[in-house]
Design a protein around this ligand. Structure first.
Ligand code: 5GP
Ligand code: ZN
Length: 114
């Protein structure tokens, strides 16, 4: 099994898990870029957003955003603000090719992003 996030989803690699359900797992990023840095990952191996199925994966993506909302509230950053980031392919900085939503919060975010 090559994919590190598949390994985490299947419980074969360690992570600090904050949420799991039948569709996704959310865990702390190993190299946090903000006081709150959580990755929300579908259980299914989807390499990136370009591999999402049209007319099939819309509910999954909506679910990932709802889980992000729930975690932001639980972690006390919803009202202050938070940023959701999805990197697709190399120039965007994607390094793990298993779709994930970054939930970043706990410090002021800059715009435009780097
Ligand atoms: P990307 O650059 O692909 O959007 O983000 C990948 C993220 O996964 C990075 O923020 C990186 O720190 C995180 N990451 C990479 N390997 C691991 C790991 O084994 N465990 C955890 N918890 N996070 C990881
Ligand atoms: Zn995977």
């Amino acid at each position: 099994m090559e994919c590190v996030f598949c390994r985490i989803v299947q419980g074969k690699a360690r992570a600090q898990v904050l949420h799991e359900d039948e569709h996704c797992v959310a865990f702390q990023d190993i190299a946090p870029q903000a006081p709150v840095h959580v990755l929300i990952v579908p259980r299914r191996h989807i390499p990136h957003t370009l591999a999402l199925r049209e007319g099939g994966d819309e509910a999954l993506m909506g679910h990932l955003v709802q889980v992000a909302n729930r975690l932001a509230r639980k972690l006390g950053v919803a009202d202050r603000g938070f940023r959701l980031v999805i990197n697709t392919n190399a120039e965007a900085g994607q390094t793990v090719f298993h779709l994930h939503v970054h939930l970043l919060a706990g410090r002021p975010m800059h715009w435009p992003p780097g």
